[in-house]
Design a protein. Structure first.
Ligand code: ZN
Ligand code: MN
Length: 482
């Protein structure tokens, strides 16, 4: 039997997180606004209005182009893409067609090991990257169609990959890494649920190892990474069944029905000619100076995968730790600042980050950038535990108190009397009280049930609010029980 491989290309639409829309001053983010309250004559396409390009859109497009290693074009143009749809009031979308702002580039995507084989890196080539405006939103409500124009004119970057992906899992990894990168460089919130990152997948199949490109189908409207994986897998299997049955694959557009988890045929695909593209006469070409291109390159931070590799190298972190700590830029900045402040044993800082700090972020629904706890505070707390000034349990509680109050760890320790008690007489008094109140346990211990020592230590610790030096408490207990 022939073995088939999938040939997958992804077209993503990325909503930029600018304050205003691409060609007017309406707010770009309408997520919390009632329908049709965030519109103006420009974005609803009334006669006689003129679009004005938002400079922030160009800056963010440039930064993304740099992040993707794309070739920035010193001169690019806007075009009109004509089609009729109720949520497109102008009857055309302003986009970039044959002269986009950037061409080429790539994203390296680590693909984890699976039952099918070991881990590897898939380099996904980018064909082009361009700026465009979003259309409105159509909602079917019974027999009514309701149209919300708030989203008209929201700035998008459309980015098209080469057909370089070979499995649904690779496609899912590509989106995961793209989302990480978009947030990392701060061009998009990349929240798929809110439509900030939308994905269409082009899928065809061929005998494994062959170089031909067969007719492809396009899967539309998938807005979760798991759904992309699911839809591509289903479409791959369908095409294999069709080809095995001697049928031809036709260039359909398929709509992913999330509820039913099935693909439905929407229409035979339009060709480019159907859109009757022509230059947008109301906008000038986008001409970039070398200074603007250089500024974008300057602004580009270390990429997440580069930072992950550096954390493994410089701090000798296991890949697992480095992956988690670089999932988000502010988190990785936090770790690096704390590790620097602490000085040695970065793995210890990593453990505190992964166990205590991440738990706190999850519980409180915060990001690392929103913490009141500062990296220097974390380093100080670990140092206090190292020095025996507080015990480990108190150290963990300190994190929460610093976060809650914004005071420094030393201040909290002083204010709340959290310093570990290693004063022999203070502990001795508590031990004596515990022993005199537990005659039965004392008797069992003396009769040979020495494992009770743990219970006694627990009693002493509890009474002293966890501040006693447990080793000292234990030795005083053993002494008095003898
Ligand atoms: Zn507007
Ligand atoms: Mn588009």
């Amino acid at each position: 039997m022939t073995k088939y491989e999938a040939v997958i290309g992804l077209e993503t639409h990325i909503q930029l997180n600018t304050t205003s829309k691409i060609f007017c001053v309406c707010k770009a983010d309408s997520w919390n606004d009632p329908p049709n309250t965030n519109i103006c004559p420009v974005c609803t396409g009334l006669p006689g209005v003129l679009p004005v390009l938002n400079q922030r859109v160009v800056e963010k497009a440039l930064l993304l182009a740099v992040a993707m290693h794309a070739e920035i074009q010193p001169e690019s143009y806007f075009d009109r893409k004509n089609y009729f749809y109720p949520d497109l009031p102008k009857g055309y979308q302003i986009t970039q067609y044959d002269r986009p702002i950037a061409l080429g580039g790539w994203l390296d995507v680590p693909v984890p090991a699976s039952p099918a084989g070991g881990a590897y890196i898939r380099r996904v080539g980018i064909a082009k990257l361009h700026m465009e405006e979003d259309a409105g939103k159509t909602r079917n409500a019974g027999h009514l169609r309701q149209i919300d124009f708030n989203r008209c004119g929201v700035p998008l970057i459309e980015m098209v990959t080469n057909p370089d992906l070979r499995t649904a899992a690779e496609a899912a990894q590509y989106l995961t890494r793209l989302r990480q990168l978009l947030r990392w460089i701060g061009v998009s919130e990349a929240d798929m649920e809110k439509g900030h990152l939308r994905c269409d997948a082009n899928v065809s199949i061929r005998p494994a190892g062959s170089q031909v490109l067969n007719p492809k189908t396009e899967i539309k409207n998938v807005n979760a990474i798991d759904a992309v994986r699911e839809a591509i897998e289903k479409e791959f299997e369908r095409q294999v069944r069709e080809v095995e049955a001697g049928h031809r694959i036709e260039a359909w557009t398929l709509d992913w029905d999330e509820e039913a988890q099935v693909l439905r045929k929407m229409r035979s695909k339009e060709t480019e000619a159907d859109y009757r593209y022509f230059r947008e006469p109301d906008l000038l070409p986008v001409c970039l100076t070398q200074a603007q291109i250089d500024a974008a390159a300057q602004e580009m931070p270390e990429r997440p995968l580069d930072r992950r590799a550096r954390f493994m190298e410089t701090y000798q972190l296991p890949e697992y730790d480095a992956e988690i700590l670089t999932a988000e830029r502010q988190l990785s900045d936090f770790f690096e600042a704390a590790a620097t402040a602490y000085g040695d044993e970065p793995k210890k800082v990593s453990n505190w980050m992964m166990n205590e700090v991440l738990r706190m972020l999850n519980e409180q629904g915060l990001t690392a950038g929103e913490l009141r706890l500062q990296p220097a505070h974390l380093a100080e707390i670990i140092q206090l535990v190292d020095d025996g000034a507080v015990n480990a349990a108190t150290g963990k509680a300190l994190l929460a108190k610093v976060q809650q109050s914004g005071r420094s760890p030393a201040q909290v320790v002083a204010d709340e009397g959290l310093a570990r008690v290693s004063d022999d007489s203070a502990i001795r008094a508590v031990v004596e009280a515990v022993l005199s109140e537990s005659p039965k346990e004392v008797e069992s211990y003396r009769a040979g049930k020495v494992t009770l020592i743990g219970w006694f230590v627990g009693q002493v610790m509890r009474r002293m609010g966890g501040k006693a030096d447990p080793a000292l408490a234990r030795s005083i207990l053993e002494e008095l029980l003898r």
